[in-house]
Design a protein around this ligand. Structure first.
Ligand code: PMP
Length: 435
């Protein structure tokens, strides 16, 4: 057995990383609160909550202790035919926190699987009810719903999906009415999007199982934000034509938009909601797809063919559920933090207004974003890696999505810490050579 790693090249294939041109990953030793400590002793402020999962800061002792206690009691057990207290309790608590009507919780273990479950649930719902032709989905330009084949199918076709194009099923995409500060055209964009939806539904309503949306903020597509009023209008149209709505709240759930869930903030109720990322406070992989009684009822039948045949080895892992239960306590106890952060973001943005290359400022709850004017926009903009490196050199973990800089920190960040992120952005941008 080899025990010594020193000097050996890494055997790890990193995610989302061009193998030849990507920079070698930095080795992280530990984390505390918003800070990460690298093996070489340097510190980085985690301004993106480690891919949008961390809520209360790294190594939060109460969550760490809950996992420890749970590991000594029951670490994992098959979830078909058996259940356990942490999962049962968490399901009730999620139902209590979600808008009324979302009552049935199906567990899995990551955001992509939460979406896969939602897609399967929606299409089988119609099949179980004898409407077998309803197999198509409507999604949004710029959408990102995960990396498994179904989740990729309902995602915008992009560099992420190019290599798998032939494996994906067909989906109808409509425009996402992205908006930002002082946007004069937002109403027009919303109308265009709703008109596109109307055209699809008016001609083929009987073909659609559901519409899927990242409500209020599209994440990987560039932190594109829409207004709550748009979600209301969308809900009305979908109800008029009796198609289901799936909210992918994998990124925006658990406080990110300033309320516990985007559906609550927009005062809308989807038929199915996908949750993951922040669900455990960023400690353990876990996901939940929550649906209404109406959907659940279509699977409640003597016919075994009407069963939702889906499940993962680690479904409802007790350690994940124990972490999630404590994370929810902390979330409720500290909800003022995520409400407050929107104002701090606005204060930070005020520090950047002189910088002419920064445009389209936008804030939704704990998430802030802006575009850097660039000759080449989009995810592959050369600016992305350059900015990331400069931010890192200054001690900040920020991962621009191409020419979009966004800040999505854990809720424990203090005002001065958050403003220091904006100072760093101002410094870095002022030194970047103009095209
Ligand atoms: N949906 C959304 C909105 C996401 O942002 C992501 C991940 N970035 C996913 C789904 C997929 O989640 P995971 O990476 O946990 O599979």
């Amino acid at each position: 057995m080899k025990s010594e790693n020193k000097g050996r090249p890494s055997a790890v294939w990193p995610p989302f990383t061009p193998l030849k041109t990507g920079t070698a990953p930095l080795r992280v030793k530990s984390g505390k609160g918003v800070m990460l400590t690298l093996e070489d002793g340097r510190h980085l402020m985690d301004c993106i909550s480690s891919w949008w999962v961390n809520l209360h800061g790294h190594t939060h002792p109460e969550i760490a202790q809950a996992i420890h206690r749970q590991a000594l009691e029951l670490e994992q057990v098959i979830f078909a035919g058996l259940t356990h207290e942490p999962a049962e309790r968490l399901a009730h608590r999620l139902v209590d926190l979600l808008p009324e009507g979302l009552t049935r919780v199906f567990y899995s273990d990551n955001g992509s699987t939460a979406v896969e479950v939602a897609l399967k649930m929606a299409s089988q719902y119609w099949k179980n009810r004898g409407a077998s032709g309803r197999t198509r989905f409507i999604s949004f330009e710029g959408a990102y719903h995960g990396d498994t084949l179904g989740a990729m199918s309902v995602s915008h076709r992009s560099v992420f999906t190019d290599a798998f194009r032939d494996l994906l099923f067909d989906v109808d995409f409509i425009p996402y009415p992205e908006t930002f500060e002082d946007d004069a055209d937002v109403a027009e964009k919303e109308a265009r999007s709703l008109a596109a939806l109307e055209r699809l539904l008016a001609s083929h309503a009987g073909a659609y199982a559901a519409l899927i949306i990242e409500p209020l903020v599209q994440g990987a597509g560039g932190m594109r934000m829409c207004r709550p009023a748009f979600l209301k209008a969308l809900q009305k149209k979908s109800r008029d034509y009796d198609i289901l709505i799936i909210y992918d709240e994998v990124m925006v759930g658990f406080g990110r938009t300033g309320d516990y869930f985007a559906c609550r903030r927009a005062k809308t109720v989807p038929d199915i909601i996908c949750l993951s990322k922040g669900i455990t406070g960023g400690f353990m992989p876990l996901a939940a797809t929550v649906c209404t009684d109406r959907i659940h009822h279509a699977f409640y039948d003597e016919d075994p063919g009407k069963t939702l045949y889906h499940g993962h080895s680690y479904t409802a892992n007790p350690l994940g559920c124990a972490a999630a239960n404590v994370s929810l306590d902390l979330l409720i106890e500290n909800h003022h933090q995520f409400e407050q952060m929107a104002q701090w973001h606005r204060d930070g943005i005020d520090m950047l207004r002189q910088e002419k290359r920064l445009q389209r400022f936008r804030v939704c709850g704990t998430i802030a974003a802006m575009d850097v004017a660039a000759g080449d926009g989009g995810y592959l903009s050369a600016l992305g890696p350059l900015l990331r490196q400069r931010f890192m050199d200054n001690g900040f973990l920020l991962r621009p999505l191409g020419n979009v800089i966004y800040i999505l920190p854990p809720y424990c960040i203090r005002r001065e810490e958050l403003l220091s992120v904006y100072e760093c952005i101002r410094d870095v941008i002022s030194k970047i050579p103009l095209d």
